[in-house]
Ligand binder design. Sequence first.
Ligand code: A3P
Length: 277
Amino acid sequence: MIGSHDRGFWNIQELHEESLLAKKTFIAQPSDVFICSYPKTGTTWLKALAFAIVTRKNFDESSSPLLTTLPHDCVPYLEKDLKQIEENHKTHFPLVSTHLPHTALPRSIVSSNCKIVYIYRNIKDVIVSYYHYLRKYFNARVEDAPFEEAFNEFYQGISWCGPYWDHILGYWQASHDDGSNILFLKYEDMKQDTASNVKRLAEFIGHPFSKEEENAGVIENVIKLCSFDNLSNLEVNKSGYHRPDGPHAVENRLFFRKAKDGDWREYFTDEMIKKNR
Ligand code: A3P
């Protein structure tokens, strides 16, 4: 599945071609806000939060499209949805998501100093989350897809958009460049103190909460709407499909597993822990 290697990063063959197309043809608007992440670091949650923040004047928690639509279908994906992003430019909807490493981003994103929100997460939980996602996607039995094998590949940097640490480093280094505009959010911090991170996110993307909204509990409502418990129990996320008409339809439920910090403890051997120090 992981077939292409470009500028030190792995990609899925089919996405590689689409990524190159995006790199060549996509023209960012300075008002675009990019949600950038390595897979399995909390992208679904961040997309939901950003979408709820940006659209809160149009919808509340009882009418939000998030109640009937997977967050990934609410925010277009640079590697796949170029047409939709063009349409969104016309309506000034600013959010675009991508898993591309910083070096593979279309030039205009960097030259327009677009805002970038980058989420990252404890590598051990990313490995476990990635393992489960792929195993379920391929319908593989645990006996046929042992965790140890997945760990070893990941550890060598062979994973979709990997190596993970180079992905983070690329955005981190870019954040020191003149004019760069990158907000880093850590999944674990967001879980620990969701409200202040949601406020930071809203301010950064140019949709800060007013005092009146804060007093009226709008932040709490956004948090509740986008919570794992709420989203993972919605019918659409239990039984729907992401890109159902394409060759790689994914069950929505695969984007919601446990959302638990430290789940790696159930899977890592002492040797794996040593290697990850
Ligand atoms: P686990 O596999 O550890 O449960 P991504 O969205 O980047 O694919 O990451 C998926 C991970 O985020 C999964 O982690 C998933 O359960 C978790 N997740 C999905 N929705 C979430 C939410 N609303 N809040 C917190 N975590 C969420």
